[in-house]
Design a protein around this ligand. Sequence first.
Ligand code: NAP
Length: 279
Amino acid sequence: MKIGIIGLGLIGGCLGLDFRSQAYKVLGVSRQQSTCDIAVEKGVVDESSTSLELLATADLIFICTPIHLLVPTLEKLTPYLKPQAIVTDVGSVKGAIVANCSRLWPNFVGGHPMAGKTEQGINAAQLGLFVNTPYLITPLESTPHFAVKILTEIVEKLGCQIYYSSPEEHDRAVAWISHLPVMISTSLIQACAEEQDLNIRQLAENLASSGFRDTSRVGGGNPELGLMMAKYNRQALLISLTNYRQNLDEIIDYIAGEKWQELEKILVSSNQYRDNFIQ
Ligand code: NAP
């Protein structure tokens, strides 16, 4: 099986390293020649090119470009594909992507590895990023079973836990646990940066430690990715943000009104409920 990867950045690079470590032949395409050269040097791919033609012999292709380029990239790729080739993507949103890609290529299966890092680009790629992380596969009713089966078998080799859902269910679920946290974390950093007393702001910057590192990590990540999440999952994200604002208002109300029992109740309940998300 020959694997193709388009977009040799963080996710594409990590996939390449993992697949090559399992002796798959990996062909990589990226926009810049310098990235293609680094990918070969780092052992991310066996061969690389800036031309999609390189993927004419690939059996399974992962499109790992920024979200807004996923559909246009598949459009340019189809003339080169073998008839049985399977194409998947790793985009963080699925509704807008899967419907369009499935129209362009019947053997398209949407996917989303739920792993990441603050850094981006080929130099941030590392072995084993996906081990013990969820990988959601989002077939449509029309998606061929053989394509879902092959993608599942390959992704299992990354050490992922596989889940299946419709693209729409995916978008609603990730709005809660991925896209909402990016916006909350961003507003946290912004609010801290707006402290008007420079001495206090400097002291806070000096004192920030593991708690701030954890809560600010996703807000300090790839700005382009955050923007794309908001643009392409706008509706579900707005519902989550509105609900979050209501919760925040409640907390403000409890503290302002010294309603310590109510505050304690939600602190206890979130302490317990967090385990449902983080095992
Ligand atoms: P990234 O590190 O910026 O990598 C994207 C790469 O795509 C860039 O390095 C760029 O390579 C390449 N590229 C840009 N335009 C291209 C084109 N027209 N043709 C071919 N390659 C092109 O971003 P990423 O974090 O890996 O994200 C990539 C995808 O993964 C996104 O769709 C995102 O939704 C998804 N994803 C990200 C995360 C995360 O946490 N980062 C997690 C799960 C899924 P050059 O260097 O050649 O310009």
